[in-house]
Design a protein around this ligand. Structure first.
Ligand SMILES: [Zn+2]
Length: 390
């Protein structure tokens, strides 16, 4: 087993660009890649550009008519009329959309292949995590579902149990939908409650089809949840289901839009708590999945202040060289931030909330507390289906 982690990166992923009015500004990927370099992390990993996902790979998850529609919209963006979710406000069509979406998907598929074959124990694709794309439609800024494709490829290679843990502020609906009827894939999503946020799914009662009962786990958190509540909920649900499921590979999605500065959602999580969850996911991979870990990006719309720092931490953790929260950010990177965005970049790799503490579930809960109610709802809905005590 090769020790070095892989960082999947092809400069061309920054072509995933819905235009200047769209919140998913690809500068977030470019700035993340350059912060990884400025912190010296790219010397600690093998930087690999995988091939774009081909037609047969895309079809592991996506319908052929949808792929054809993406290709058509990609070739003639003006003709996209909203069918298949293409040419909408969330997912405007743009020239080259098929190619760059397939490239991002290819990086996640390549990460999964590298981990499955043992070329690397951990692999990161922070350009991926496009978890809203459906088998037959674009949705929520996502065209091809690279997370679902990576998992589908693992199954194709012979994996019998793959766990997916999604901590993006939005429900991982596309991944859940792709494996709704497949007991080989456990999907766990921790997100802001569907009552207050897109995509309005991810209720605790969504637990998988009859033939895969208990294979979907949803923790729907109250708006306003902060570090202590977020970490409490994460630790009250995720390790127990992973210990029971015994995945061969752990795939995680690290959308940074849980952050208190994020403009599109309403949780109040700090960078330091995001880093704590990344550290925990790494530990879970070793504890429950033989170390095999594919880590993806996701949402995140505070593109200067949050995303590059959050995902640089993720790369450092996967590389076995975690970045200390107090680390001062190199001045050269802050100059690049200013040159590209006319904004002032952050000074340190922390929000000043480190170390983050939370109260463990085992010590008891408060039935009147909204966060605890959310955790109980998730555990009650799905734990008995997995033979666990709610
Ligand atoms: Zn999101």
């Amino acid at each position: 087993m090769s020790g070095r982690a892989q960082l999947m990166w092809d400069e061309a992923v920054t072509g995933y660009d819905f235009g200047p009015e769209h919140p998913m500004d690809p500068v977030r990927l470019a700035l993340t890649r350059s912060l990884v370099g400025a912190l010296g992390l790219d010397r600690e990993v093998e930087v690999v550009a995988a091939r774009p996902a081909g037609e047969s790979t895309l079809r592991l998850v996506h319908r052929e008519d949808y792929i054809d529609a993406v290709k058509a919209a990609s070739a003639d963006p003006g003709a996209a009329d909203g069918s298949y979710g293409l040419g909408t406000v969330d997912d405007p069509a743009f020239a080259g959309m098929h190619e760059v979406s397939a490239l991002i998907a290819g990086q996640s598929v390549g990460a999964a292949e590298a981990v499955w074959r043992g070329d690397a124990l951990h692999a990161v694709n922070f350009a991926g995590g496009l978890h809203h794309a459906m088998p037959g439609a674009a949705s929520g800024f996502c065209v091809y579902n690279d997370a679902a494709l990576a998992i589908a490829r693992l199954l194709e290679l012979g994996a019998e149990r793959v766990a997916y843990v999604d901590v993006d502020v939005h429900h991982g609906d596309g991944v859940q939908a792709a494996f709704w009827e497949d007991p080989r894939v456990l999907t766990v999503s921790l997100h802001e409650h569907p009552r207050t946020l897109f995509p309005q799914t991810g209720w605790p009662q969504e637990t998988g089809a009859d033939c895969a009962e208990g294979s979907a786990v949803n923790v729907a958190l109250p708006a306003g949840t902060g570090d202590a509540g977020w970490l409490r909920a994460f630790h009250a649900v995720v390790p127990e289901v992973l210990a029971e499921f015994r995945p061969q590979v752990l795939v995680t999605q690290h959308g940074a839009d849980t952050h208190f500065e994020d403009p599109l959602a309403h949780l109040a999580v700090s960078l330091d708590a995001q880093r704590a969850v990344q550290v925990a996911c790494h530990a879970f991979a070793h504890e429950y999945a033989g170390g095999r870990w594919v880590a993806l990006g996701g949402g995140g719309y505070a593109v200067v202040d949050v995303v590059p720092r959050s995902w640089s931490h993720l790369v450092g953790i996967a590389a076995g060289r975690p970045v200390e929260p107090e680390t001062v950010i190199p001045q050269g990177w802050r100059q690049e931030v200013y040159a590209r965005t006319r904004q002032l970049g952050p000074m340190r790799m922390t929000d000043g909330r480190w170390p983050v503490s939370w109260a463990s579930w085992e010590a008891g809960y408060d039935p009147a507390d909204r966060l605890d109610q959310a955790v109980r709802a998730a555990r009650r809905a799905v734990f008995p289906l997995r033979g666990l005590l709610p």
